[in-house]
Design a protein around this ligand. Structure first.
Ligand SMILES: [Zn+2]
Length: 668
């Protein structure tokens, strides 16, 4: 096939050059979530909450807010008008995707029946030619605001293509979980209409909110029909064309990453969820067709994000205006946007970068995002959500769509719906296989069934991660077999929070990373971030990896004005914050000098069980003259950032000032 031959010419990463000829998708294959049984004290309760609380809760909310009724009306099952926002169909699709993933690991006849009924409604809402968009079809003469007067006439705003992209992902998930084609047939019919409508010599139109590209690639993988892959590539390649530069303002085009062709883009700009979905779609297409230009572009954009635009929590998107990336080093704390969907999209993108390149640095970003900027987005109880995830709160600026704490739902509820599909897919991020290599990327207790070197192998991982750094891996091959276990050595366990100089650790670890194979010390010489252990493996072989879980103070690049002369606290993959409730109601008057003695303490009954960090630090007062004056010491208590805002409205801060401007002790 021509497109695959192109892959051979000057392919950019030498590591996989030797296998390029065979490649028809990512060179590294993730072990699917259905092969990984989570047994983890940190993640299992969260996955169970997602399954038993959040999925049914989100469906209930979709009933209550008429999102599902829209399908019923469009299907002619009910009378009425379209209710809500033009992209509300997509929320239902995302929850259906999450429900399908849940069914794959937890058969549940009641949920399966609910999905079957819902699929009947969705199928009923589809027009004969495949078109599906309840915002228009309920009353074509009066479509929902910003849908455009007729089909595809307002693509930069309508989300017609975005909605169905989510439907393709959901339909593929449902097909893979149940083997039923009911939903997949709806998706295929719709995608056929779109493939007949758009393309070279057909209608021109840039999808305003990227997502359909990812969905089309999934549809290609499951059906083998190349027209879906070609359409995904077409939708990427037409971005940044002259016709749009004339039609829209430059600001508008930047907002939706259509200001220049995608292969010329080298900086992350505009709406951060659209952006990261686009980079994910580019990675998907590049993995299959071997488009080196795509890979060069997303490499540069990745460097830009990680060196200049990512928050320490892994959050992306500095600005509320346009839900967008800011300029380089523009990382405000109180007004940080960091949409929960953008954190999910960042994980999706970094996973794909790893699958292309086999480097652990992508998982350093993914893990940071997962445990911090993503996890903060959902309450421990599973029924309240953050849309933005700021790094400071003064208890006055209502950052969360008008609220100061998590909300039960939003008018635009993309984030709650995205969480329910992301969490059940998490086990699929832990392992990956490339020829004789078994990558272990995340440390989450589980039992996995994998196949490497044509031998079935069970891998059992146990740890008390993220609180404890000792990780035990038992390898049980069906028969003696030689392969490589590649253990990710997280950047935080030596000296790199993320690649680049945006964040650096102030203090070194006292303890070293260590690893033992069947009780014998193994030299730690990571390559591309992995410790590789090669052996003729036999049942019961045991690796113990010990990562130093020490309290680290983090400094930020001085170009980031909001973090100048400030420190943040980390331990393992967890970023900490201080909350008013633990600190006499106030956080903005606390200092964190670099010499402050810090200790950690396990609190079983606090916020689902957490390690808190304590420090004796000075506090300060601001006098009427504006002078900041140090006062006597304060017993600072810091908690994991993800757990904040569960105990009422109050102040919160991640980056603490090192010292007050005037160092004068007053005894009050
Ligand atoms: Zn969202």
């Amino acid at each position: 096939m021509l497109i695959r031959l192109l892959f051979l010419g000057g392919f950019g990463f030498s590591y996989f050059f030797s296998i390029a000829q065979k490649m028809d998708d990512y060179p590294i294959t993730p072990v699917p979530f259905s092969k990984v049984k989570i047994e983890d004290s940190f993640w299992l309760p969260r996955l169970e909450t997602n399954r038993t609380v959040t999925i049914p809760y989100d469906f209930e909310k979709c009933e209550e807010t008429k999102r599902i009724q829209n399908f019923e009306i469009a299907a002619g099952l009910k009378e009425g008008e379209f209710v809500g926002i033009r992209f509300n169909d997509s929320d239902v699709f995302k929850i259906m995707e999450g429900a399908a993933y849940s069914l794959a690991n937890h058969p549940d006849p009641e949920l399966e029946k609910y999905l079957d009924d819902l699929i009947t409604k969705v199928a009923g809402a589809q027009k004969k030619d495949g078109y599906l968009y309840t915002a228009r079809t309920i009353d074509p003469a009066n479509p929902a605001p910003n849908s455009g007067p007729e089909r595809w006439s307002f693509l930069d705003q309508s989300h017609e293509l975005y909605n169905v992209g989510h439907m393709y992902e959901a339909a593929v998930a449902h097909y893979q979980a149940t083997g039923k084609r009911t939903f997949l047939d709806v998706a295929v019919k719709n995608a056929d209409l779109i493939a007949n409508t758009f393309g070279p010599d057909k209608q021109y139109g840039v999808p305003g909110h990227q997502e359909i590209e990812i969905g089309l690639v999934k549809l290609f993988r499951v059906t083998g029909d190349e027209k879906y892959l070609n359409l995904a590539k077409y939708f990427l390649d037409i971005r940044g064309q002259k016709v749009d530069n004339v039609k829209y303002t430059q600001e508008r085009n930047i907002y939706l990453q259509s200001h220049i062709p995608v292969i010329k883009q080298d900086e992350a700009v505009g709406h951060s969820v659209r952006a990261a979905y686009m980079y994910s779609g580019m990675a998907d297409v590049a993995a299959i067709v071997g488009d080196e230009d795509y890979i060069n572009a997303i490499d540069k954009i990745w460097e830009n994000v990680v060196h200049k635009k990512i928050y320490i929590t892994g959050g992306i998107g500095a600005r509320h205006r346009g839900e967008a990336f800011g300029d380089n080093y523009e990382l405000p704390n109180e007004t940080a946007y960091n949409e929960t969907c953008a954190a999910i999209a960042n994980c999706m993108w970094n996973h794909r970068m790893f699958l292309l390149k086999g480097h652990a640095k992508y998982f350093d970003v993914l893990e940071r995002t997962l445990y911090n900027g993503f996890l903060s987005g959902i309450s421990l109880e599973g029924d309240e959500f953050f849309y933005p995830n700021p790094l400071a709160c003064d208890a006055k600026y209502a950052f969360n769509q008008g609220a100061l704490t998590r909300k039960p739902w939003f008018d635009c509820s993309c984030c709650p719906a995205n969480i329910v599909r992301f969490l059940p897919s998490l086990p699929g991020y832990i392992y990956a296989i490339h020829e004789k290599d078994v990558f272990i990327n995340l440390y989450i207790s589980n039992k996995a069934q994998i196949e490497v070197n044509q031998v079935k192998v069970e891998i059992a991982q146990t740890s008390n991660y993220p609180w404890d750094g000792e990780i035990k891996v038992i390898v049980n091959p069906e028969k003696k077999s030689s392969f490589n276990i590649k253990l990710r050595i997280p950047g935080w366990s030596y000296n790199q929070p993320v690649p680049g100089d945006l964040y650096t650790y102030y203090n070194d670890n006292n303890k070293r990373i260590s690893a033992k194979l069947n009780g014998k010390e193994v030299a730690i010489e990571p390559d591309k971030g992995y410790l590789t252990i090669n052996k003729n493996w036999e049942k019961g072989d045991e690796i113990v990896l010990d990562l130093p879980m020490e309290i680290r103070l983090v400094e930020c690049h001085e170009m980031v004005e909001s973090n100048r002369n400030r420190l943040a606290i980390e331990r393992g993959p967890i970023v900490y914050c201080i909350e008013g409730i633990d600190n006499k109601g106030e956080v903005f008057n606390k200092l964190l000098p670099e010499y402050a003695p810090v200790t950690t303490q396990w609190q079983q009954d606090l916020l689902g069980g957490i390690n808190i960090i304590k420090a004796d630090v000075p506090a300060f007062v601001v006098r009427e003259t504006g002078e900041e004056v140090k006062t006597k010491s304060h017993n600072l208590v810091a908690i994991p950032y993800y757990a904040w805002s569960h105990r009422g409205i109050g102040e919160m801060l991640v980056w603490l000032p090192r010292r007050a401007k005037k160092l004068e002790i007053i005894t009050d």
